[in-house]
Design a protein around this ligand. Sequence first.
Ligand SMILES: Nc1ncnc2c1ncn2[C@@H]1O[C@H](COP(=O)(O)OP(=O)(O)OP(=O)(O)O)[C@@H](O)[C@H]1O
Length: 352
Amino acid sequence: MEAALPVTARNKRPAQEEAHRADAGKKKRARYEFDDINEYEMLKEIGEGAFGVVAKARDHRTGETVAVKWIRGGLEGNNDGSGLLPAVVREAGCLAACRGHPGIVQIKTVAAGEDTSGDDLYIVMELFAGGATLRSELATRGRPFSEDEARDAMKQLLEAAEKLHATGTIHRDINPDNILAAAGGELKLCGFGCATPARRVGCPEKPVGMLQYCAPEQLFGLSCYGPEADVWTLGCVMAELLAGEALFTATEEDYMIAERINLRDDIVSMGVEAFDETMLDHVSVAGRELLAGLLAFHSDERLTAAEALEHRWFTGEEDEEVQEEEEVQEEPPAAVELEFPGFESPFAAPAA
Ligand SMILES: Nc1ncnc2c1ncn2[C@@H]1O[C@H](COP(=O)(O)OP(=O)(O)OP(=O)(O)O)[C@@H](O)[C@H]1O
């Protein structure tokens, strides 16, 4: 049966251009061992990616149901590393390096049309049933996660990040849309299209990933950043789970930088004080302390994913102490004295 994904009018190209692309595609195909996409029967569209749709499909050879992420023009690439092909190779490579981890969507193979024209590629993955993401899960509930539910979710996400970072890779686009969610509470990180080797990020013209979840170092346009950026993002996700609404909502980059700098005093004193009086005041001291560690403004002061997993919010250590602290805390302690080294203006150049 023909493996055709839905093709919209805007995807169609003139015949001459199509022939040229097919020729170039054949040469590139020869360099890689791709599976044949014609072996898959496309059943239903289940999501939309940046370069095409994600579909539920059946592998004719095994009868297995899988998810196929269609990357239009995925074979296009240049020797300087630009173009989609290097990005697809990176995405597939990152996923392959994380194979076997329960918190990361499992890649099976990369497929192309063996005997058909076209330069599209297809990442074949395990199908995560249900079709929900953390974003849709939050919307369906219409209420925040309880602290126990958030702890369970964050443990899975931090373990996934720990594994990813141990492979030398950063995701750069963790947000509730890129977290698949099953009814039983199981989560899986997906959307690895922006993943890249840590600290080898070229000077991006603008931050990669959703602005609302970008770490300060990404927003400042630093050319070199690492796994700490993903940890910040996970702090945003944790706050969103516990508050039921996004931590940062601004859309303009400059405004967000300012918003983040203003927030810093709240973050620093978060260990003892609620984030904004009401949003997180129901969260335990240990929970707010962890949040402050994930959302440390300076990346070198931020917890790593592995350190976060050792935090007492997860281990339960000192539970009694936390309880006592909470009981004693009728009056909120005074805010911590703040320093802003190197930040004369919110838009000053970042320290090297
Ligand atoms: N393995 C899977 N099983 C079920 N649904 C999936 C799977 N992978 C992706 N999806 C669905 O497809 C949507 C888009 O997928 P994905 O996040 O990989 O694309 P994307 O957002 O364009 O990512 P990227 O920026 O990496 O290209 C997801 O939000 C999810 O709803």
